[in-house]
Design a binder for this molecule. Structure first.
Ligand code: AMP
Length: 435
């Protein structure tokens, strides 16, 4: 089944086309700087060929049209016709309390995404824009929203409530929602497979360390706590976001005369590694290089990053009643042996002992602790796009499986691949039906 995955940002449209049988990625890329000067297309085919070109697009509709043109292009295409796309999965950042699982797009779901735009003003409106562009370009093809917040909705109230008057939770939905859920879910499942254990029996601390960073305590596949909050500003030290901060410090800045927008920019875009290291970069590679040259501020930024992360890992170890593995993923988690070493070397008290050679050798998934360690450290590459494609396929398969008239219901194999015995004619009728 060919599933197109769309991640629409305010000025970019990322896409990945999957053949979900065998998890094959057929093409991926993005259009960036949409609506700005010199928009650009980057289009990559699975055989490694890459096309970069200027893209004269004024909006997300044009950008999607351009991508679709390439997907069926005689030279660059991977499809005979766009009608081969059986479903489209969309990354949607905020699903509030309403969406605890992927949802087939209909008017009600779009209303929900709009409703949560207040909580994710930079993300939900463009996510919805991407959905509506797909509805126009692919009429009749089912769209599915996969929410960044959904995986975290198993958190108990003790984790997700803020210690403020309860009416504010009831009135405004002020609570912790958590983000990067698709990544935390993907690496939880992938780690269970990699360790040859069932997810139900595992207690994992999953660390998504990229430009944005978050950590989750996952017990038996259910999130018990996570570090990001009502917005993605809370928790770990990030590229440009401050993470945890005393709300009193924010009030102090406001009382000094800063506006809400100024504080927003300060804490979201000028803080974190960028703000503390003061070398004009939020890239962890630059911070590490500057710290290794002996520069004090980048060293301090690194220390803060590691201290905060190690503290959360310790805390979630308690939340889980003991953990089986700490999982590193994201650009930093997957690629930085330095950060993994700095963090794991603080976890000896939890029975987690680094295997330095294994840590230095990491390519893809790996265990980087000694065999005697009671708490393993694992590196697990994330793949949010594949997870979105799989969840899209799975949701549609579940709906089809419930339809008795099909004659040959879409039974899924255990690994969630589409059963090849599914009647294709029946499938296309069902997929084109709005239910
Ligand atoms: P992501 O948001 O997951 O794409 O991750 C982006 C972050 O990964 C950036 O801050 C990069 O500096 C960081 N990163 C990528 N490669 C490395 C590396 N080899 N060492 C340290 N950080 C890295």
């Amino acid at each position: 089944m060919k599933v197109l995955v769309i991640n629409a940002g305010s000025s970019s449209l990322k896409f990945t086309l999957y053949e979900t049988h065998g998890e094959a990625m057929l093409a991926h890329g993005l259009v960036e700087r949409i609506g700005q000067a010199k928009p650009e297309l980057r289009y990559e085919v699975s055989d490694g060929r890459v096309l970069r070109s200027e893209a004269s697009v004024g909006n997300h509709n044009d950008a999607l049209g351009l991508i679709c043109g390439k997907l069926v292009d005689p030279q660059w295409g991977v499809l005979q016709a766009l009608s081969e796309v059986a479903a489209i999965g969309h990354r949607v950042v905020h699903g509030g309390e309403k969406f605890t699982a992927p949802a087939r797009i209909n008017d009600e779901v779009k209303k929900g995404i709009r409703q949560y735009a207040d909580l994710a003003p930079l993300h939900n409106p463009p996510n919805l824009g991407g959905i509506e562009a797909c509805e126009r370009v692919f009429p009749g093809v089912p769209n599915v929203a996969v929410f960044d917040t959904a995986f975290h909705q198993t958190m108990p109230p003790a984790s997700y409530l803020f210690a403020i008057p309860y009416e504010l939770y009831e009135k405004y939905g002020l609570r912790k929602y958590g983000f990067h859920g698709t990544s935390h879910k993907f690496v939880s499942q992938a780690t269970a497979r990699f360790l040859g254990r069932s997810l139900e029996e595992l207690r994992l601390v999953t660390c998504h360390l990229g430009n944005g960073c978050s950590i989750a305590a996952v017990k038996g596949g259910q999130v018990l706590d996570t570090s990001m909050g009502m917005t993605p500003l809370m928790g770990l030290v990030m590229g440009t976001r401050c993470g945890d901060i005393d709300p009193g410090a924010v009030l102090y800045l406001v009382k000094q005369g800063m506006s809400a927008d100024q504080v927003d920019t300060l804490l979201n875009r000028q803080s974190g590694l960028l703000g503390v290291a003061s070398i004009g970069s939020s890239d962890m590679r630059d911070i590490i290089a500057a710290a290794e040259q002996g520069q004090e501020k980048p060293r301090r930024a690194l220390d803060m990053f590691v201290h905060r992360l190690a503290s959360y890992i310790g805390s979630y170890h308690v939340v889980l009643g003991g953990a089986d593995a700490v999982v590193f993923t994201g650009g930093i988690g997957e690629n930085s042996a330095v950060i993994r070493e700095l963090v794991v070397s603080r976890l000896g008290v939890l029975g987690c002992h680094l295997d330095r050679d294994a840590n230095a050798r990491v390519r893809g998934a790996a265990v980087i602790t000694t065999p005697e360690s009671s708490l393993k450290a694992v590196v697990m590459p994330t793949n949010e796009e594949l997870m979105i494609a799989q969840e899209t396929e799975q949701l549609l398969a579940e709906v089809i499986a419930k339809r008795p008239f099909c004659g040959n219901p879409g039974v899924r194999r255990q690994n969630s691949e589409w059963d090849s015995s599914t009647n294709p004619a029946c499938l296309s009728i069902i997929l084109a039906t709005d239910f």
